[in-house]
Design a protein around this ligand. Structure first.
Ligand code: SAM
Ligand code: SF4
Length: 394
């Protein structure tokens, strides 16, 4: 990472991976497994040990517990983690998100999290259609979504994200419209909508291979357009390909221009190529330009920590230009794109130098816009951001 960001030690962003789910969903390739009480206890002890090892380098302002299903930890396990964070001075983040599955939300758990400073919940809803929920292997029903949302509001959460998926096999445009309307009707502050990715080694991928599921690019495009239109009509501002936030309650945290107050700070830091610590099995960290990854194996992760060392599987340090290229590519996922000056001070490289021809090519294709102070993708470019971003890699 750029010299200017290296100076931001202690690190202000913390990700914690909780590698357990009640059941594995048909599409999901994130590292997680169906849980057993004993392994979760062992993981909690190892995680606390890992926190102890890095706490000195951390003063988190954005914390994200993802997974897996962090809400699967029971009250006792959560209390152990939260008390350890208190002891290690890791509380007090201005944004602290915990991912929840609607089937595992309870008022007691919500209150405990809130008491320790968690102030944002990200709920994996995926769809409001019972048949699709079932075919995706979700453990919750549509009714549980409404119930959990009420519990979170009752507990006092004022910043809630809802995750949805589209282009699910069997999902028609009308079913997607209904899901969108119901999600928007909840009144959440944030919305994340992901087009289905057919990840290898998942049951959904096997269905695709067997001809039981089909991809329809035109339908996926129509669903994306519908999403952007309806979300904006409901008062959301799109700030990243898949992410929308309401801007009616800009907070005092001073978000960057073009980024709504309720944008996920943790993710914005990630897309901007900022440093972060990642703890837990399979989690990656990005510190002082070095990317490390923990073992994606919970017993092995625990074994390392029980012996007193971090469970690092791999380490990668990219040359500065490659790092800058990656930072450019990630940042272009954001609607506001990259301000030339900001990119220069973050990476030490000028977008208008090394990447001028690439930006021009994208602009000529209608995928990019070169403005006086920035480069950003157009709505069409955002739809194909992965392909556009490839051009910036070195
Ligand atoms: C890391 S998951 C955790 C959410 C939580 N465990 C849950 O599912 O309730 C975050 C989100 O990624 C999305 N996701 C996971 N696998 C995906 C895939 N193969 N294609 C598209 N989106 C996916 C889902 O919307 C999911 O809610
Ligand atoms: S989508 Fe969420 S609940 Fe489903 S397997 Fe993946 S991490 Fe677990």
């Amino acid at each position: 990472m750029p010299d200017s960001q290296w100076q931001s030690i202690p690190c202000r962003s913390l990700y914690v991976h909780v590698p357990f789910c009640a059941r594995k969903c048909a599409y999901c390739a994130f590292y997680s497994e169906a849980s057993s009480g004993e392994l979760i206890d062992r993981y909690v002890s190892a995680l606390i040990r890992e926190m102890e090892l890095v706490a000195r380098d951390l003063r988190p302002d954005a914390v994200f517990f993802g997974g897996g299903t962090p809400s699967l930890l029971n009250l006792r396990q959560w209390e152990l983690v939260l008390r350890a964070m208190e002891r290690l001075n890791l509380l007090g983040a201005s944004e602290w998100t915990v991912e929840c599955n609607p089937a595992t939300v309870s008022l007691d758990k919500a209150r405990l999290l809130l008491d320790f400073g968690v102030n944002r919940i990200s709920m994996g809803v995926q769809s409001f259609d019972e048949m699709l929920l079932d075919s995706l292997g979700r453990i919750h029903t549509r009714a549980m979504v409404f119930k959990s949302f009420d519990i979170l509001r009752k507990a006092g959460f004022r910043n809630v994200n809802v995750d949805l998926m589209f282009a699910i096999p069997g999902q028609t445009l009308d079913v997607w419209r209904e899901t969108l309307d119901q999600a928007l009707g909840l009144g959440s502050e944030h919305l994340s909508c992901y087009e289905v990715i057919y990840e290898e080694d998942t049951p959904l991928f096997t269905r695709l291979r067997a001809g039981e599921a089909a991809q329809d690019e035109d339908l996926a495009c129509a669903m994306y357009e519908e999403l952007v239109e309806r979300a904006e009509a409901a008062g959301f501002q799109q700030y990243e390909i898949a992410n929308f936030a309401r801007d009616t309650t800009p907070d005092s945290r001073g978000s960057a221009p073009g980024i709504p107050g309720r944008a996920c700070r943790h993710n914005v830091n990630y897309w901007r190529g900022g440093p972060f610590y990642g703890l837990g099995p399979s989690a990656t960290s990005y510190i002082q330009g070095v990317r490390t990854r923990n073992w994606p194996n919970t017993p092995l992760y625990c074994e390392h920590l029980e012996k007193g060392s971090r469970a690092i599987e791999s380490r990668e340090e990219l040359p500065p230009l490659a790092r800058a290229g990656e930072t450019a590519a990630f940042g272009l996922r954001m609607v506001s794109g990259w301000q030339f000056e900001e990119f220069l001070s973050a990476t030490g490289h000028d977008l208008r130098g090394e990447w001028f021809a690439d930006m021009t090519q994208l602009a000529n294709r209608g995928w990019g816009r070169i403005g006086p102070d920035r480069f950003q993708l157009t709505p069409q470019g955002l739809r194909f951001a992965d392909a556009a971003a490839q051009l910036f890699l070195r």
